[in-house]
Design a binder for this molecule. Sequence first.
Ligand SMILES: NC(=O)c1ccc[n+]([C@@H]2O[C@H](COP(=O)([O-])OP(=O)(O)OC[C@H]3O[C@@H](n4cnc5c(N)ncnc54)[C@H](O)[C@@H]3O)[C@@H](O)[C@H]2O)c1
Length: 282
Amino acid sequence: MQDFSGKTAVVTGAANGIGLELAKVFAEQGMNIVLADIERQRLDSAVSEVTALGVEAIGVVTDVGVSASVESLCKTAVERFGGVQVLCNNAGVYTGGLLWEQTEDDFEWLMRVNQWGIVHGIRHFVPQMIAQGDECHIVNTSSMASMCTLPFAGIYHMTKHAALAVSESLFHELAMMAPQIHVSCLCPELFNTGIAQSGRNRPAELAAENDNEMHRMSMDAITSATAGSQHPRVLAERVLQAIKDDVFYILPPEDNPWSATANSRLEDIRLRRNPTFAPPAI
Ligand SMILES: NC(=O)c1ccc[n+]([C@@H]2O[C@H](COP(=O)([O-])OP(=O)(O)OC[C@H]3O[C@@H](n4cnc5c(N)ncnc54)[C@H](O)[C@@H]3O)[C@@H](O)[C@H]2O)c1
């Protein structure tokens, strides 16, 4: 996609972090923006920030883990702007700890947001995009966690591997059935966002959290790693360029430490050897 002006972008998880920067970068291209998020207050201020860039923007309170909520997001976007040309299935959450100590609610929460969030986005928006018949682009946010596995973050890795797999399958299916709809999978390294405080949006019905020492150690690690990392504006610009260039894998630069970790896992599989413990040297 080269021409963005007057087209419409829907971004989930747009009240903060990466999603908000995506919304702003698309607004700078003259797009109409639909910001979707579960966190109402932050969503309102995010809409003001985007509107201040001189475009039409609306906020839609959405829980990406609930099919009807994403269906209603799609309807609202189409009613307001006539169609959707860019969809970023970006909302995501994190928790960590030992796999056998984390609760079923821990698993359910991450699977609901990180996996079902993308699935609901695909199921409700792709038929709409096919019906429109115009050029569209879907960006699913996964993570470099989809390209490697590290201890104490097993649920997150599992959900992000799933996000990458479903994005690759979607890429193949759309290339065959509706090639005007393009797909990218965003695999960020670390960025300074609110991801380490994901628990602020945890639903009451999935409140049973593993809260032991290993969990706290994992959360401390992600808190300090993200706090000292890059501003997500860098990533939003990377996404815009990838949409322009029709690039599927949106990856960190080759010299980023996460690239070495991912390459180590790919080599493990290629050489049929057991998993190497190769955390990024950050
Ligand atoms: N920050 C990083 O270092 C990093 C690295 C790799 C991948 N990611 C991924 O980037 C995406 C964005 O995360 P971020 O880092 O900007 O974190 P963030 O917490 O700053 O933003 C995530 C947004 O998602 C929203 N959200 C949470 N649950 C939701 C739900 N059920 N429905 C709708 N919205 C919901 C939150 O309210 C928040 O505004 C996530 O998918 C995350 O896994 C982040």
